[in-house]
Design a protein around this ligand. Structure first.
Ligand code: G6P
Length: 499
């Protein structure tokens, strides 16, 4: 079944050509939106990696066209995607395996990722990883600089690619550069633990515009640029601007979102409804049964162990729920070369087995763990089947699963338990809140969702749906494009007042 966005509406394409006439959009991310493998019989197999960044950008590129640059260990690939209706190009840089390990497993995911999530004890910085990180960032910049004209728009994403803007300028690219930082920017006291923080900041400040998910991240970045680089700042009605070595960079807080319409369209298909019914029969979910659902990458920032503990508490506290309630956890493996991730996977499996051993009865297995990636159509069917979605991330700067669940509930059913520390909670206040490190609070939140009256559930879901529809991926993109345009126009003379 195909999942392309509706072809008749292209507001993103129109906006891009209004604000940047003649520009080609060149996007750089670590992950490619598609991967092409060869099956045993030689047939092509398309894969889509999991992750919020690619999920958010793919629908945009389908509209605007352009080039998406990504990296993989091994051989390079040049693709036209999506396979069912090609509309943009993907250049996958082939990186030697050892170098990729230093860049991705090492610097990006054993260093920056835990540190930016304030998990300082998990973070390690090795000089050899830094060399690899620089090398891969340079390779991205070289590839982009070879293609980009000054009238194009280069848009660099996330912590894996912080040095790309700086290298692009070194390669002589003078056109606009936007950066979007998808994860938290850490407070200065934590940032100071990164040995190369000044070089990271300098690289980023060669961009014209940097977007973050929260105002807290903007403020932390501003403080770091002032303190570590001596950058000056000014404020206008459009936000904060940093001045550093003759270059001007505007900062903005613009939380990302999902393609709401696309999820709703999938939710309406017969395919989704049939799949929902099939799953309901296969798992024997009767009318008096309650299904709770968690969907995450298997990452320690997602709070999966405490969530399972919360479910176990729910079962001990409410014996009446025995035989009636089940928890389905989709946990997509990621970064498995890193020991912390392998340990987490083992801990999750152990907990699932322990809960099933202690509480299970013939015909009732309380927890089911699925450890692989699902297609969006399959997820939407699950979202529509689950009575309660549980998102209990410790420090997730946004969380798109929460928004996808709400978008999938077109008929207004279902409930969401959401961590107060997930960025999405700022918008989704009608969720049942939970405190992610307390299994008692998690159990309480689950119980509130399960025992709430149908009227309360509907009212909350209606408010959640309003919130999700107010800020879609289209809204996000327009705010980004307007921000970048504003930042460039400022160079030609907007008045600013020093902070
Ligand atoms: C987060 C990051 C992305 C990353 C994704 C998946 O959403 O912000 O940059 O691509 O996780 O992680 P992975 O390491 O599996 O690509």
């Amino acid at each position: 079944m195909t999942t392309q966005a509706p072809q008749d509406a292209s507001p993103s394409r129109e906006l891009l050509s209004d604000l940047f006439p003649g520009a080609r959009l060149i996007v750089a991310t670590n992950r490619a939106p598609f991967r092409l493998k060869t099956g045993v019989g030689g047939q092509p197999i398309w894969e889509r990696p999991a992750g919020g960044v690619t999920a958010a950008l793919d629908p945009l590129l389908r509209q605007t066209g352009g080039l998406w640059v990504a990296a993989e260990p091994g051989n390079p690939q040049e693709l036209r995607v999506p396979p069912e209706d090609p509309s943009y190009d993907v250049a996958v840089l082939g990186i030697p395996k050892e170098v990729y390990r230093g860049y991705y497993t090492g610097y990006a995911n054993s260093g920056l990722w835990p540190l930016c999530h304030n998990l300082v004890e998990r973070a390690h910085f090795r000089s050899s990883d830094w060399v690899a990180y620089r090398q891969v960032n340079r390779q991205y910049a070289a590839r982009i600089a070879a293609e980009a004209r000054a009238t194009d728009l280069v848009w660099v994403h996330d912590y894996q690619l912080a040095l790309v803007p700086g290298y692009l300028r070194q390669f002589g690219y003078e056109g606009p550069i936007a950066v979007f930082w998808h994860i938290p920017w850490p407070p200065t006291v934590v940032l100071r633990l990164i040995p190369e923080r000044k070089l990271l900041l300098q690289g980023l400040l060669e961009a014209d515009w940097i977007g973050f998910q929260t105002q807290e991240s903007v403020d932390a970045f501003l403080a770091a640029a002032k303190r570590d680089l001596g950058a000056r700042s000014s404020r206008s009605s459009q936000g904060v601007t940093l001045h550093h070595q003759g270059h001007v960079t505007r900062l903005a807080s613009v939380p990302i979102s999902i393609d709401v319409q696309h999820v709703e369209d999938i939710a309406r298909t017969e395919y989704t409804e049939n799949l929902r019914q099939r799953l309901q029969r296969r798992w024997q979910i009767g009318p008096d049964q309650v299904l709770l659902l968690g969907v995450d990458r298997l990452d320690y920032t997602k709070g999966i162990p405490a969530r399972l503990d919360g479910f176990a508490r729910l079962l001990s506290r409410y014996p009446s729920l025995k035989g009636k309630v089940r928890f389905l956890q989709i946990a997509v493996p990621t970064r498995t070369e890193i020991q912390d991730y392998r340990r987490l996977a083992a801990a999750v499996r152990r907990r699932v087995a322990a809960i099933n051993r202690s509480f299970g009865e013939p015909g009732w297995r309380p927890v089911r763990l699925i450890e692989h990636n699902l297609r969006l159509e399959q997820l939407v069917a699950l979202y529509r089947l689950a009575d309660v979605a549980v998102v209990s991330s410790l420090y997730d700067v946004l969380n798109l699963v929460a928004k996808e669940y709400v978008a999938a509930r077109i008929e207004g059913g279902g409930s969401l338990c959401l961590s107060e520390t997930a960025g999405a909670y700022q918008e989704l206040r009608a969720a049942f809140p939970l405190s992610p490190l307390s299994s008692e609070r998690i159990a309480e939140s689950m119980a509130r969702a399960i025992f709430a009256s149908p009227a309360e559930r509907r009212e909350r879901m209606a408010a959640l749906r309003d919130a999700v529809r107010r800020n879609t991926v289209e809204t996000w993109l327009s705010r980004v494009l307007l921000g970048v345009r504003g930042s460039l126009d400022q160079l030609s003379g907007l008045k600013e007042t020093p902070v």
